[in-house]
Write a protein that binds this ligand. Sequence first.
Ligand code: FE2
Length: 143
Amino acid sequence: MLQKKLNALLANYEVMFHKLQTYHWYVGGATFYVDHEKLELFFEQALQNVDLIAEKILMLGGKPLATMRDMLDQATIGEASDQDVSQEAAFQSVRDDFKVLLADVVDLKKLADDEDNYLISAFADTLIEQLYKDLWMLGQVLA
Ligand SMILES: [Fe+2]
């Protein structure tokens, strides 16, 4: 069950990585330089989380999802399209998706605690802290 939840989170972070990179490419407007840079930091962080989640699954003796098809099937976060996007629309969308990820990670934390899995519980804490900080900062941008 824990491995299944980790794979679902892996799928969402994989899609999130690609979506953030798409926004990095397609965002436009007066604040392009800053937005382009920040979206790059976000997609690098998402990609790092993909790897960390996959390695946790391996540490538990499980098998991380491998194909893009499986990732898309399991993800609840949708992809971005090949359309120009404003800073506000891009960051609104990212904020909505980060809220989804936070809910996923909180569920993961609860399950890990139920199973006395300190590795996953502690890992979930790091993601929760990261997501709270990113959501606060996105709130400042979108205020
Ligand atoms: Fe780039």
